[in-house]
Design a protein around this ligand. Structure first.
Ligand SMILES: [Zn+2]
Length: 113
């Protein structure tokens, strides 16, 4: 397989660009705002983001063969953040659920390119 960036003269400029996606529970809060409802408990609003993962070569720029990476960060309230750090069982279970969510809602788009 040839690299998708090889034939693109502008690849040096856009190589390594990362787009961001924030996961949160939808609420009456403005969608573009800093504060969103915690993705884990669905009750507390928070601006805190947990940097979760980055999917390499996620999607192609339109009219180009250059792919960008997608960084996924998750709105987690202080209570859930603390629980993730201290409760190993909760951490494992939560990561499994998050990975499942990413696989079905985000990654399926990625591998379907
Ligand atoms: Zn929470």
């Amino acid at each position: 397989m040839t690299s998708p960036t090889q034939n693109d003269p502008s690849s040096n400029e856009i190589h390594g660009i990362i787009k961001r996606k924030h996961l949160f529970i939808e609420s009456e809060l403005p969608k573009e705002g800093w504060i969103q409802t915690c993705f884990l408990c669905g009750t507390d609003a928070t601006s805190h983001l947990l940097d979760y993962t980055t999917i390499k070569d996620y999607e192609r720029y339109s009219n180009s063969n250059v792919y960008y990476d997608l960084n996924i960060a998750i709105h987690t309230c202080p209570r859930c953040s603390k629980k993730l750090k201290k409760d190993r069982m909760y951490n494992r279970r939560t990561r499994r659920l998050i990975n499942e969510y990413i696989r079905t809602n985000i990654y399926s788009k990625f591998i379907g390119r």
